[in-house]
Design a binder for this molecule. Structure first.
Ligand code: SR1
Ligand code: MG
Length: 399
């Protein structure tokens, strides 16, 4: 539901969020409400409003007119709140079990009011604590397969797909990814951020023409290929989970993009966590990478067989070609994301949180080597099991 009452944008405070929750009729007048701003991401305010008697709560997420991670010097469109609530609603029509319910949205206030997921934990935090989330890859593989298939030219009316893609034109948020994931880390750019001890490794990347060519090809895909409605920022900080449940949040970067992008970002963030762990604890992350791909490919293939609307669907070899290209692209996108999270803007706590300096620097050197190989060797990997071999090789070469 979208609230029609006109309102003027201003950033909410905790007491303002409580008043808004009452005004929206989310709680009866007189409910003893408490509120905390709990946003720990890079961009938005997130208010947790809770009935102190029943412990029932809601989340009010509000976009700020600038990137919180940098400050007011980096203005950012409020329209991303509409993109986010519309993407959550679109995803809910295919995989309601994997997204929070959206109760209200208000474009002028740039807010989305949604289900309280505080029973779950942000996956990045849990993985850093050593948790494994046994169903994570099964759930994310299914989430990606269904959202991609049903919003693509294979799974929906092809005229309607063009209409839908127009409502997800998201140039400012795409530009962030174009710059921060695909460009800045590969040049001496002011947004980069890395320890002095990594400088020679980083300068080697900056001077690598073969790498530049491959990243440029991947960036071109991101700029031009509108396969399906993608989440656009599917890292482990955009996922809540428990041992039994998984919820994908924060699709403010959603747009019509390449099939392989969400898979690649998810792979990258699993691999970054694996790099942060002692060797004997890395296996569950590598198993998650494999299972995500296998579940994705199985679910996508089953949907293709049963629900494909494209007259060429049954053409021998087409599904295999789409899956192969998606796999190769996902590996390349993963490589760019691994490098960006190591030396670019918006690092990950998995690596930055390693207290021992030598161990941290070694993990980061290994991340750079892993990212480089994922990008350069993506065409030669035959199956998802080979990502594991490539990951293990970087241990030998950077030790
Ligand atoms: C300026 S925004 C930095 C990063 O935060 C988001 O989560 C995206 O990953 C973006 O690249
Ligand atoms: Mg986010």
């Amino acid at each position: 539901m979208t609230i029609s009452k006109p309102s003027v944008y201003e950033p909410l405070t905790e007491s303002g969020a409580i008043s808004l929750a009452i005004r929206l009729g989310l709680f009866p007048e007189g409910t003893p409400l408490a509120c905390r701003e709990i946003g720990d991401g890079n961009l938005n305010l997130v208010f947790h409003v809770v009935d102190q008697q029943t412990r029932k709560g809601v989340i009010i997420k509000q976009a700020l007119p600038y990137a919180k991670v940098v400050g007011e010097s980096w203005p950012l469109t409020l329209k991303r709140a509409v993109i986010e609530s519309n993407a959550l609603r679109t995803f809910a029509s295919y995989v309601p079990q994997y997204v929070p319910k959206v109760y209200y949205s208000d474009e002028s206030l740039a807010i989305t009011v949604m289900e309280d997921l505080s029973r779950l934990q942000i996956v990045r935090k849990g993985l850093i604590e050593g948790k494994v989330y046994p169903l994570l890859s099964e759930h994310i593989g299914e989430f990606i397969a269904k959202t991609l298939f049903y919003t693509s030219d294979f799974g929906m009316n092809q005229q309607q797909k063009k209409q839908l893609s127009q409502s997800f034109v998201n140039p400012e948020l795409c530009k962030i990814t174009e710059d921060l994931v695909f460009t800045d880390p590969f040049f001496d750019h002011e947004t980069n951020n890395f320890e002095d001890e990594l400088r020679s490794d980083v300068e080697t990347l900056w001077a690598d023409d073969a790498l530049h060519l491959e990243v440029a090809k991947l960036k071109r895909k991101f700029l031009t290929e509108g396969d399906a409605l993608i989440h656009g920022d599917l890292h482990t900080g955009s996922i809540f989970a428990s041992d039994t449940e998984t919820k994908v949040i924060d699709p403010e970067f959603a747009f019509y993009g390449p099939f392989g992008f969400d898979i690649g970002q998810f792979f990258a963030n699993l691999l970054l966590n694996a790099l942060s762990r002692p060797e004997q604890e890395q296996e569950p992350l590598l198993a998650h990478v494999e299972k995500t791909w296998n579940v994705f490919a199985d679910v996508f293939s089953a949907l293709w067989e049963q629900h494909n609307v494209e007259p060429y669907a049954k053409t021998k070899g087409l599904l295999e070609e789409v899956l192969r290209q998606t796999f190769v692209d996902a590996i390349g996108f993963a490589g760019c994301e691994v490098i960006r999270r190591t030396i670019g803007l918006a690092h990950v706590a998995d690596l930055d949180g390693i207290e021992d300096k030598n161990r941290r620097l070694h993990a980061k050197q290994r991340a750079l080597e892993l990212g480089r190989r994922l990008i350069l060797q993506r065409q030669s990997l035959n199956n998802v099991g080979e990502i594991r071999s490539l990951f293990l090789q970087t241990f030998v070469t950077t030790h």
